[in-house]
Design a protein around this ligand. Structure first.
Ligand SMILES: C[S@@+](CC[C@H](N)C(=O)[O-])C[C@H]1O[C@@H](n2cnc3c(N)ncnc32)[C@H](O)[C@@H]1O
Length: 216
């Protein structure tokens, strides 16, 4: 998938290399050097406008976060929030989650968040789904042993598809929620899309999964 460029937005991104590096692949294996403190690294693939990850970064200064977003104009919206908040534990990648192993070294990431990923309902677009097998392989490569994926969606079809792929690819499900806001999760941080779909009365599905250490 190609990055969608908008010149004005790209110029704005270029003005803040301290928050959005022009060459994220050059930090592969060295992301900790871009943060004030060396601490666990959590990333969100498909961050949208950044509400979720900005709030997480504010709430958890003991964790480093990276927002990864493919659309240029949307990346600018995260950047604008970061320019205001100046969080020392937040970096932004304007890039494609399908290239994760170019941005991160094996085991560099502690946790991957996927929130309300585009469902791409047509079979011919399956490869674009962030829980397709290609993407799951990328997460497995960059996560530390037993590092986790936390995934939320209101789309039942995408949730079932993701559960099936995870289990076929050997991931272990730690926990599954079929109606997050009914079942409760004490420290749930709400995303933009979650707010929108919850207001419409949609149930929110959630899962936590990890890839087991190979004991052979
Ligand atoms: C439906 S929005 C959800 C935004 C946010 N996570 C939320 O829950 O409010 C999905 C976002 O994922 C981004 N996206 C889709 N495919 C991507 C990819 N391959 N790499 C990075 N971002 C991607 C889209 O541009 C969009 O901003």
């Amino acid at each position: 998938m190609r990055l969608r460029h908008k010149p004005w937005a790209q110029d704005r991104i270029n003005d803040y290399p301290q928050y959005v590096s022009p060459a994220p692949e050059t930090h592969r294996g060295h992301w900790q050097e871009r943060f004030e403190k060396q601490q666990p690294l959590h990333i969100e693939v498909g961050s949208g406008k950044g509400q979720f990850i900005i709030n997480l970064a504010k709430q958890n200064p003991e964790i480093n976060y990276i927002a990864l977003e493919i659309q240029t104009s949307v990346t600018v919206m995260i950047l604008d929030k970061q320019i205001e908040a100046q969080l020392p534990n937040l970096q932004i990648i304007h890039g494609n989650g399908g290239h994760l192993n170019q941005y991160f070294a094996p085991g560099e990431v502690d946790l991957v968040y996927l929130n309300f990923s585009d469902p791409w309902p047509k079979k011919r677009h399956e490869k674009r789904r962030l829980t397709s097998k290609n993407f799951l392989e990328q997460y497995r490569e960059v996560l530390k042993p037993e590092g986790e994926i936390h995934f939320k969606t209101d789309n039942r079809g995408l949730f079932e598809y993701s559960l099936a792929n995870l289990s076929q690819c050997g991931w272990i499900l730690k926990q599954v929620w079929l109606d997050l806001h009914e079942d409760g999760l004490s420290n749930n941080v709400i995303t933009e899309y979650e707010e929108k779909f919850s207001q419409k009365g949609h149930p929110i599905y959630r899962l936590e999964a990890y890839y087991p250490i190979d004991t052979h």
